[in-house]
Design a protein. Structure first.
Lengths: 227, 172
């Protein structure tokens, strides 16, 4: 999850998130270059004593500053589209988990083998144990096996929500009447936090998501205990 | 002429640029390259040689001085040269380029409003904001940090990456 004085993105827990971090570095570098160039030119404009009152046209520089932004946009678009298509690649998930957004909690359904369904409510601040994170802990975490691709089907029972886990690079809208698919694949075990990312009413900020990625044995023990 | 002079004094930025002011003599038949006529009658740093002199109605003395100017300039005294300059031009370069004290007023207002904002924020802290949440006490924050380190959150470049698990201290 996010930690104090964090400046950048959370560490990547899935390969897609690693790709997204690299893309973010690339795009941010372009943004910094453009911004510093513009800032430099503005300071030059404001601190010169020279004047030129009879400019009519400037065909050469106009051509450059039309073609160059188009080239820069292509340089941004190509990696972006590459990652977009990479997200939808076939990856043979081992299980499918469904999550439904409600006002104001998430419910999870593991129905491939048995019928395991449960709700996941945020723990109120007054009920937190020492060390728990305010507005992020839930009573029933979503437990999943690590290092394996898992299909998520995300939908909603009432209004729009969005199921997001930043360290896995996931954010998928939960739309009533529609099934959206995402793929989870975690590189390491641990707890990964996220929050609802589409305004859904008064408690929109109070319906978090917690993923607990564990070895397969632990996952099997847990799912047996939950049924 | 006179209204423009008063307006220019108010603006203090070299006067109103009046577009479409044609210099006397017209544009037809003029072969040499003209500086744009988008200035008023006073000289500016970017347009140092206006078409018309500053004073067009001369007294008797001034007319005599203009006659003397037609002769050798070595015979003009310093005062006469200055008087001729003042006839021709509205201001010297030093006068037209001089800095103002406007920045002091601006900075003063900026600091005043920053101070006023600080007072407003202080008042808010005392009279408006509710009690802080229990999780913001130092003890609870330390426990949360310990839990984050125990669960190895962000172990690659983030929080847990800076903690030395062997020595139980932050990495140097």
């Amino acid at each position: 999850m996010a930690y104090p004085s964090q400046l950048g993105l959370q560490d990547a827990t899935s390969p897609i998130m690693e790709e997204l971090m690299n893309f973010h570095d690339h795009t941010l570098m372009i943004v910094f270059l453009i911004s510093s160039l513009v800032l430099y030119i503005i300071t030059l404009m404001l601190t010169t004593k020279l004047t030129h009152t009879s400019t009519m046209d400037a065909q050469e520089v106009e051509t450059i500053w039309t073609i160059l932004p188009a080239v820069i946009l292509i340089l941004i678009a190509l990696p972006s589209l590459r990652i977009l298509y990479m997200m939808d690649e076939i990856n043979n998930p081992i299980i499918t988990v469904k999550t439904m957004g409600h006002q104001w909690y998430w419910s999870y359904e593991y129905t491939d083998y048995e019928d395991l369904c449960f709700d996941s409510y945020m723990i109120p601040t007054n009920d937190l144990k020492p060390g728990d994170l305010r507005l992020l802990e839930v009573d029933n975490r979503m437990v999943l096996p690590m290092e394996l691709p898992i299909r998520m089907l995300i939908s909603s029972e009432d209004v729009l929500h969005s199921w997001a886990v930043p360290s896995l690079g996931l954010k998928t809208d939960a739309i009533p009447g529609r099934l959206n698919q995402a793929t989870i694949s975690s590189n390491r075990p641990g707890l990964f936090y996220g929050q609802c990312s589409e305004i859904c009413g008064s408690n929109h900020s109070f319906m978090p998501i917690v993923l607990e990625m564990v070895p397969m044995k632990c996952f099997e023990t847990w799912s047996v205990s939950m049924i | 002429m006179l209204p423009r002079a008063a307006w220019s004094l108010l603006m203090r930025t070299g006067g109103l640029g009046t577009r479409g002011t044609h210099s006397p003599g017209g544009t037809a038949g003029s072969q040499r390259k003209r500086i744009s006529p988008y200035v008023d009658c006073y000289a500016q740093r970017s347009y140092p040689m206006p078409d018309e002199p500053f004073c067009t109605e001369l007294t008797e003395e001034q007319r005599a001085l203009k006659e003397k100017e037609k002769g050798s300039w070595a015979q003009l005294s310093q005062a006469e040269k200055v008087a001729l300059y003042r006839l021709q031009f509205h201001e010297t370069f030093a006068e037209m380029n001089h800095r103002s004290n406007q920045w002091k007023t601006v900075m003063g207002c900026v600091f005043f409003f920053i101070g006023f904002t600080a007072l407003v924020i202080w008042w808010q802290r005392v009279y408006v904001f509710p009690e802080k949440v229990v999780t913001l006490t130092d003890e609870r924050k330390a426990q949360q940090l310990q839990r984050l380190l125990d669960m190895k959150s962000n172990p690659i470049q983030g929080l847990a990456a800076h903690w030395d698990y062997e020595k139980k201290e932050w990495k140097k």
